[in-house]
Design a protein around this ligand. Structure first.
Ligand SMILES: *Cc1c(COP(=O)(O)O)cnc(C)c1O
Length: 346
């Protein structure tokens, strides 16, 4: 039995009781699972509260029948990865940085994933030959300053394979920064072994970006896994997605950001949920998102403030989406309590 299979079997045994579906629902859920990958790790099963039908952890990982409702504005490639892929596994949208997608598998599959049409346990990853071609592209493109390992979750790879990729990236003189985007420290903390930490350590600036959407994901084991990385000199940032029913209130969002900072993880981005197929039940409006950011600004430390961003559909990149505190002509500025103050002209 493969590790992925074992994880899925364990997950099936550990589904929260409150969410056990009836026969009709089960058929519909099998349709969802046939369409989009499902996997839950033991650590995630343990995070769920089986007595809460609105559990914010279960909502992120258990399939929902609404995933089969696709809207016309939703898109299989919502942020336009394909439009900017010069070679297999590389997305080169911005001049100075590329995504390198090593694997298409994850330890868990988020129900709102913007790459949900591309990822899954059977989807493999880059072949050795494709990896060499991707690294050749990076090596012959001197404006690439940073390589972002994403996917899929790169930390499902063995320390040996990670070490190989890190060494080959490190050998490219113009690559000065390496970023690793992952859920593994929270969803499979036991994978953050000394060997894996060692594999990630290079003399280039290496950052690990944790994807986390609720404070309860930072369990004791998850905190210890993050501490192993940070203690080894690997700074951590976080990315979250604004999700209806998971973190769309200022209290929950503030607690998440504070918990991350307490784990020495600097909140980086709060993503507006992408237009991925079958994810409408997760999306808020951007006006709601801005109101939440305003509340966050009013209640928690600057260390806890992520930038609220939208990945513009079509492959145009990410842009901050506010809110703004300065009026159009720069004559008035709003403070953290909402009061407005005049600012003199030049
Ligand atoms: C998100 C993303 C990046 C990284 O963007 P930052 O703003 O530097 O975090 C780079 N390339 C692509 C294609 C992306 O989607």
């Amino acid at each position: 039995m493969t590790a992925a299979k074992a994880m899925r079997r364990h997950a099936a045994d550990n589904l929260p009781r409150a969410s056990v579906p009836n026969r009709d629902q089960l058929t519909a859920l099998q349709d969802v699972a046939a369409r989009y990958a499902v996997a839950i790790t033991p650590a995630v099963a343990d995070m769920m509260n089986p007595n809460d039908p609105q559990d914010p952890i279960a909502r992120q990982f258990l399939p929902d029948m609404r995933e089969l409702e696709h809207l016309p504005q939703e898109h299989a490639d919502p942020i336009g990865d394909d439009a900017h892929s010069p070679v297999e596994g590389v997305v080169h949208r911005y001049p100075d940085r590329v995504l390198l997608k090593l694997v298409n598998a994850c330890a868990v599959y988020c129900r709102f994933c913007f790459r949900r049409e591309m990822v899954g346990p059977g989807r493999g990853g880059l072949s050795p030959r494709a990896l060499s071609a991707a690294l050749d592209y990076i090596a012959k493109t001197p404006q690439i300053w940073e390589v972002i390992l994403t996917g899929g979750d790169p930390l499902v790879l063995s320390p040996r394979r990670l070490k190989d990729v890190m060494a080959r990236l490190t050998a490219i003189e113009h690559v000065k920064a390496i970023r690793v985007h992952t859920r593994v420290p929270t969803v499979a903390p036991q994978r953050i072994t000394p060997a894996l930490v060692k594999a990630l350590r290079t003399d280039k600036a290496t950052f690990v970006v944790l994807h986390a959407n609720h404070a309860r994901e930072l369990t004791k084991a998850a905190r210890a896994a993050c501490a192993r990385l940070v203690d080894a000199g690997i700074p951590m940032l976080s990315q979250s997605v604004l999700l209806r029913g998971v973190n769309d209130d200022a209290g929950t969002l503030g607690e998440l950001m504070r918990t991350l900072v307490e784990c020495r993880i600097k909140p980086y981005y709060l993503h507006h949920a992408d237009l991925a197929p079958g994810t409408a039940h997760f999306r808020t409006s951007m006006t709601e998102g801005q109101a939440l950011m305003r509340e966050l600004h009013g209640r928690v430390s600057g260390l806890c403030q992520p930038t609220y961003v939208l990945d513009i559909p079509g492959g145009y990149g990410k842009s901050p989406v506010g809110p703004t505190y300065l009026n159009a002509d720069g004559s008035e500025i709003e403070d953290f309590t909402g009061r407005r103050h005049a600012y003199p002209p030049l």
